[in-house]
Structures are given as C-alpha cells and as structure tokens.
Design a protein around this ligand. Sequence first.
Ligand code: G4P
Length: 196
Amino acid sequence: MERLQEKIINEGRVLSPSVIKVDSFLNHQIDPILMKEIGEEFARLFADDGITKVLTLESSGIAPAQMTALSLGVPVIFARKRKSLTLRDHLYTSKVHSFTKQEINEISVSKDYLSSEDRVLILDDFLANGQAAKGLIDLVEQAGASVAGLAIVIEKGFQEGGQLLRRQGIRVESLATITSLVNDTITFKKEEAPFV
Ligand code: G4P
C-alpha cells in the first residue's frame, strides 16, 4: 500500500536494526484517514471470506481493526492484556511472550463475543515474531471458531513470524513489509530502491 509506505518513509524513525518507531500515525498519535484507507484495503482483500468478527489486541491494533470492521460491516473485538474490573470469568485466555518487551501477557476475550459460528479476521499493527498472532489464533480455536486470515499493517519480514504462520497454512496479508532496517535504511519488499 503506497500511502502507508510513504508514511513509514517520511515519519518512521529507525531506533535499531530491528525496531522502527511509528508513533506519529499508528502507535500513539493516529492518522484516521490512513486508518480508513487501511480498513478499506483489508475489507477488499477479505471481502469474499465470510468474516463475522475482526479480532485484535489492545492497544495499537484497535484503530486499524475498527476501520476494517466498519468497512466489512461486522463487530470488532479487542483482546485485553489485563483483566478488566467487569470481565473476570467466562474468558478464553492465552499467554503471549513479547520478545521486544521481554514480558509475558495473559490475553483474554469474553466467551460472550466469540462462538463456533464465527469466521474471524485477526488484525494487528505489527507482525514480528508472531507471538501475538499465535495467542489470538489460540483464542479463536478455543471458541471453536475459524480463522479466515491475518491482516497486518506492518510486517517485519526479517523476523520469523510471517514465515512461521504462512508455513502453517494461514493466510497472512501485510500492507507493508519491511525487509531490513540496517544502517538506518528502511527497505520494503518489492521496492527496488531503499529509502534513507
Ligand atoms: P510478536 O507479537 O510478533 O511476537 O511481536 P513482539 O513480541 O516482538 O512485539 C511486542 C510489541 O511490540 C507489540 O506491541 C508489537 O506490535 C510491537 N512491535 C514489535 N516490533 C515493533 C517495531 O519495530 N516497532 C514498533 N513500533 N512496535 C513493534 P504491543 O506490546 O502489543 O503494544 P501496543 O499494541 O500496546 O502498542
């Protein structure tokens, strides 16, 4: 998605050879027009898949997931990382290990909102090692629902998540795939020229 790549080039800051900061439009301040375009693109890609719910993980997945769900005309559910005051039991839960943050989160979704009838599109802002995606797939499977695929805003192609998931036969659609961040240079898949 060209507009997304331009945004990453113009506003992304390479923090290390493995981490890029995109706080100005995705992880802190949010660009609603870009989120709308992202939602429309995912809705187009998964238009024929009979999606009944979009599932994401708080917090940065919520904005693109909300716009995708709006375009598909279905509800969006965000898995929680912490137990809420009003949501304590009757939960599907899974453990997610974050390599980036070196922490383990127990993620959960109420059993009220996922059922065996559901066909679920899982969406996240980043795909790195695939741990969040694995946890979300686990929640869907616990509900007996089916996974239509994974919608990813930014995939870090040099980390193993995308490969692992695709090898399991899961459809993964990423709108921008970064293949390298070495030397402060952002290189995208399918892009001929790197951008500094
Ligand atoms: P994984 O789920 O693919 O295994 O990824 P990992 O554990 O490495 O990532 C943990 C958190 O860090 C996730 O956010 C993920 O979106 C984010 N992340 C991973 N790589 C990058 C990166 O290069 N840049 C940025 N900006 N974020 C990255 P989170 O903890 O769920 O945070 P949030 O959703 O509350 O913002």
